[in-house]
Structure formats: structure tokens, C-alpha cells
Design a protein around this ligand. Structure first.
Ligand SMILES: [Fe+2]
Ligand SMILES: [Fe+2]
Length: 181
């Protein structure tokens, strides 16, 4: 039998292949990850509240309105994530990730786009981790948030004039499918 060289503390950080290869994490580790997600949601709420009000110029009017909607959606996500943390017996964090600011509207939007990409990456992992722990309802909640975050990413890519088709094609394979059974 081949020697198993898996390290004990390896986090479940699934790469492209499959969640089946991932080392299952504990519920405590999931709480820690969810608290990171919650801190990112707070960061998103703050940046969208601020950016939606300070973005000036006719060309940004529609996107400023869109960012206001994002702020509300991020709050809804924060509530869902905090609920999952509480359900797992954890304590929801009260500290956001740092929020970057800029005088340059395009740079602001780029910060948002980068954050959304990071968020999408993390929630993809979280869905798989929840499934691995048998927390299928939680995985479903996060999958729904993920769909929403991907819309945010597309909105921002469009606002920055990047090809929406490009953004969509890079996102296409991003939502882990609902497993059968
Ligand atoms: Fe969010
Ligand atoms: Fe978002």
C-alpha cells in the first residue's frame, strides 16, 4: 500500500478537481471560514453604502443605483451567514475586512470587482465544505448567495466596460452543482 503523506492540518481547500479529494474540515473550522465570509459581507456593505453615494458623474448614475441595491443584498447575505454561524454554535464576528477607498471612480469599482471575485472564490469552497460535512441546507443557502455574488461581479465588470460575455464565461463553471440524492 502506498504511503499516505497527507498532512494532518491540511485545510479543505478544494482545487479544480473534486471535493471528494478534500480533507474534511471540522465544524469549528467551518465556523471560522464562515466568519471570514461574514467579515467580507460587512466589508461589502460598507463599501457599497459609501461608493453608491460618492460616485459622481452622469456616466455613473446607473451604476450608483445598482451599488445601492448591492448594499441591501450584501446585508441580506450577512444575515444568512450569521444565522449559519449561530446554528453551528459559533459566535458571529463584529469586525469587517478593511475597506479600501479611492477618489477615482474607476478604481473604486475595481476594488469592488476584486472583492466580489474573492467572495465568489470563497463561497465556491464553502458550498463544497458544507456538502462534505453533510450540511446540505447550508450549502443550498450559500449556493443562492453565490448566484447573487456572481450577478454583482457581472454588474461591476459591465460598469468597468469589460466584456460581460467574458465575465460570464469565466463564471460559468463556478457554481458547484447540486449533488444527486
Ligand atoms: Fe454578499
Ligand atoms: Fe457581492
Amino acid at each position: 500500500m502506498a504511503a499516505i503523506t497527507q498532512t494532518k492540518r491540511t485545510m479543505a481547500r478544494p482545487n479544480q478537481s473534486s471535493a471528494r479529494d478534500a480533507v474534511p474540515l471540522s465544524r469549528e473550522q467551518l465556523v471560522d471560514f464562515l466568519n471570514e465570509d461574514l467579515a467580507r459581507e460587512y466589508q461589502a456593505i460598507i463599501s457599497y453604502v459609501v461608493y453608491s453615494q460618492v460616485l459622481k458623474g452622469a456616466q455613473y448614475m446607473a451604476i450608483a443605483e445598482e451599488l445601492e441595491n448591492h448594499a441591501k443584498e450584501e446585508l441580506a447575505h450577512a444575515l444568512v451567514i450569521a444565522k449559519q454561524i449561530d446554528y453551528l454554535g459559533g459566535k458571529p464576528t463584529v469586525t469587517p475586512k478593511p475597506v479600501k477607498t479611492s477618489e477615482d471612480p474607476e478604481e473604486m469599482l475595481r476594488f469592488d470587482l476584486d472583492n466580489e471575485k474573492e467572495t465568489v472564490r470563497n463561497y465556491r469552497d464553502r458550498v463544497r465544505q458544507c456538502e462534505a460535512l453533510g450540511e446540505h441546507a447550508m450549502a443550498e443557502h450559500i449556493r443562492q448567495i453565490l448566484v447573487n455574488e456572481q450577478d454583482h461581479e457581472i454588474d461591476l465588470a459591465a460598469a468597468l466596460g469589460r466584456s460581460v460575455a467574458e465575465a460570464i464565461s469565466s463564471l460559468k463553471t463556478m457554481i458547484p452543482p447540486t449533488p444527486h440524492g
